[in-house]
Ligand binder design. Structure first.
Ligand code: RB5
Length: 150
């Protein structure tokens, strides 16, 4: 599977660890940076990863200190459904119910062992569709302004 990944300075160490695991599992990883622990701005990284997610229709992984800033930034982009998941249950449901295309992680919240399992769960769980399809479609309608209060 092809996967885009990116982080800010706070997420750098965890990103390196996750990349190593993804490559061991023979995934093809596109690393959008950042490439050191030097301070940078997470919206810049969210923009790069999300642009690949949308263009190539691949999953994305974003990491910052809490996972909050980078997921808020990602969710400003039309077509992105970024889910902040620091446990296995939300990782599974983010895919099954929400068809999330970006996983956000908080490197200061979650340890590397659990983070790798969260990534595996996110990547291996399909969207359940059914009743969830209609709700995801309504999220798209919110993006394009066609869902109105009744
Ligand atoms: C950087 O210090 C920190 O603010 C950032 O990584 C993230 O946690 C923001 O939401």
């Amino acid at each position: 599977m092809k996967i885009a990944i990116g982080c800010d300075h706070a997420g750098y160490d965890l990103k390196q660890e996750i990349i190593a695991h993804l490559q061991k599992d023979e995934h093809s990883v596109i690393d959008c940076g950042t490439y050191s622990r030097d301070s940078c701005d997470y919206p810049d990284i969210a923009a790069q990863v999300c642009s690949l997610v949308l263009k190539e229709n691949i999953p994305g992984i974003l990491i910052c200190g809490t996972g909050i800033g980078i997921s808020i930034a990602a969710n400003k982009l039309k077509g992105i459904r970024a889910a902040l998941c620091n446990d296995l249950y939300t990782a599974r449901l983010a895919r099954e119910h929400n068809d999330a295309n970006v996983l956000a992680l908080g490197s200061r919240v979650i340890g590397p062992g659990l983070a790798v399992e969260v990534v595996k769960t996110f990547l291996s769980t399909p969207f359940a569709a059914g009743r969830h399809q209609r709700r995801v479609e309504k999220i798209c309608q919110l993006e394009n302004g066609s869902l109105r209060e009744e």
